[in-house]
Design a protein around this ligand. Structure first.
Ligand code: HAM
Length: 423
């Protein structure tokens, strides 16, 4: 039997609930902060990613799906969203007439990693990018969007860790200092980290091997920032405190992509363990210039949607598929009336369905129960003779008779609040 590729997954209808919920909350919430949706292609020229993410990063060196197309161009499946957004920003002159451009995106990304819980080869990101300002309050806003979103969808026990990598000069200093500090531990590191020590020493902190993590766990790390970057970082921390966003300063948050400068952050969650972040982001003040634009500071983050869902799994409330209404009838004679009610409900934005298989009432009820239906409207012969139907609350297992002429209003009044509108 043909199977989905390793590290990729079908998202089945029964699993769609949290996906829709997360996407809908994002589309409702991000515009409140001024972010507008953008969709970019899944394929790009591979060189775009090596220039932005960095040639020696794991993402580009080991994980990027790159191939030659029929025209001999080297194409890559995008491993992340930021680079494509910046390309689109430059190509479409999105900055024209606007100081700051705020965008959000939702879509699949591809990295050839070893699949495990919360790590796939095709995964989905939900992210925002704010391009055009170095104001530290923008950093606070971007971090606040991430944290408030997690609160809104009901993720608990998460930890926000922040750091500043400083400007280009600070980063070079930091790389040099880190190299000196790690020097004595190099022999205990894996072969890859020994290579990283030479070419990209900060990436050692991203190594997922326990032995490497153990070897460098005592390496003290102190970020020395220039006055400007220090002031910026202090303003970010103060801003977070002002709006009561709890954070931990963690100098080991150095991020796995080369484009970062100044503020960087990661959000981890207890259920996922500390290795894999549910969300990560930071400033990338030099990237737009490096990709051919004017100097334009920018900041953003992205969530991994699969990880958001894992983080939510303990809190089953938020994961329930949207409840709806099932219409049950004792036979085709009552179908026409039932169909009219269903049509009105759907036009009012209340999701409902009916049995098309002429099954017994008992079988229809079993089906309604299995499908997690919240309410059932039963068109029974006996009640129908009295111009009535039964409205059954499937969760409370309570039911009452309602006049047929009142059923839509009754559902609207009593039920509509508990049943989400169709999107
Ligand atoms: P990243 O840390 O590489 O950053 O990925 C962001 C998030 O994507 C991670 O925190 C994780 O939740 C999710 N993720 C990454 N790889 C996988 C995977 N293989 N399977 C499942 N989830 C995964 C970026 O991509 C940056 N573009 C974030 C950013 C936006 N920085 C500024 N703006």
């Amino acid at each position: 039997m043909l199977k989905a590729l390793r590290g990729t997954k079908d998202i089945l209808p029964a699993e769609m609930g949290p996906w829709l919920l997360i996407e809908q909350y994002a589309r409702d919430m991000f515009p409140l902060y001024g972010y507008k949706e953008i969709r970019t292609p899944i394929i790009e020229e591979a060189s775009l990613f090596s220039r932005s993410i960095g040639e020696y990063t794991d993402i580009v060196k080991k994980e990027m799906y790159a191939f030659s197309d029929r025209g001999g161009r080297t194409i890559a499946l995008r491993p992340e969203g930021t680079t494509s957004i910046v390309r689109a920003y430059l190509e479409n002159s999105l900055s024209q007439g606007q100081g700051l451009v705020k965008l959000f995106y939702i879509g699949p990304m591809f990295r050839s990693e070893r699949p495990q819980k919360g790590r796939q080869r095709q995964f989905h990101q939900l992210g925002i990018e704010a391009i055009g300002s170095d104001n530290p309050f923008l950093d606070v806003e971007v971090i606040a969007v991430a944290v408030r979103f997690l609160e809104k969808i009901g993720v608990k026990d998460f930890c926000l860790r922040i750091n500043s990598l400083g400007c280009k000069k600070d980063k070079i200093n930091m790389i040099e200092k880190t190299r000196q500090r790690i020097k004595d531990y190099v022999d205990s590191l894996c072969g890859e980290c020994q290579e990283r020590y030479k070419k990209n020493v900060l990436r050692i902190f991203d190594c997922k091997r326990d032995s490497c993590r153990e070897a460098i766990k005592d390496v003290t790390f102190e970020t020395v920032l220039c006055d400007d970057c220090n002031e910026h970082f202090n303003a970010v921390k103060e801003g977070l405190e002002r709006i009561r966003l709890a954070y931990v300063y963690d100098p080991k948050v150095v991020r796995g992509l080369d484009y970062y400068t100044k503020t960087v952050f990661e959000i981890t969650q207890e259920d996922l363990g500390a290795k894999d972040a549910v969300s990560a982001g930071g400033r990338y003040n030099n990237l737009i210039k490096e990709l051919g634009g004017k100097h334009t500071p920018a900041i953003g983050f992205s969530f991994g949607i699969e990880r958001l869902i894992l983080a939510l799994e303990r809190h089953s409330m938020a994961l329930k598929s949207p409840p709806n209404i099932f219409i049950l009838t004792t036979g085709p004679a009552l179908y026409k009336e039932a169909f009219m009610v269903m049509d009105v409900l759907r036009r009012r934005g209340i999701s409902c369905d009916i049995d098309y298989q002429n099954r017994s009432l008992k079988a229809q009820m079993r089906n309604a129960e299995r499908s997690n239906v919240r309410f059932a409207v039963i068109f029974g012969d006996e009640e129908f003779c009295k111009n009535k139907v039964i409205l059954r609350d499937m969760e409370k297992r309570e039911q009452k008779e309602v006049e047929l002429k009142d059923i839509v209003d009754e559902i609207n009044r009593e039920v509509a609040e508990k049943v989400p509108k169709c999107y």
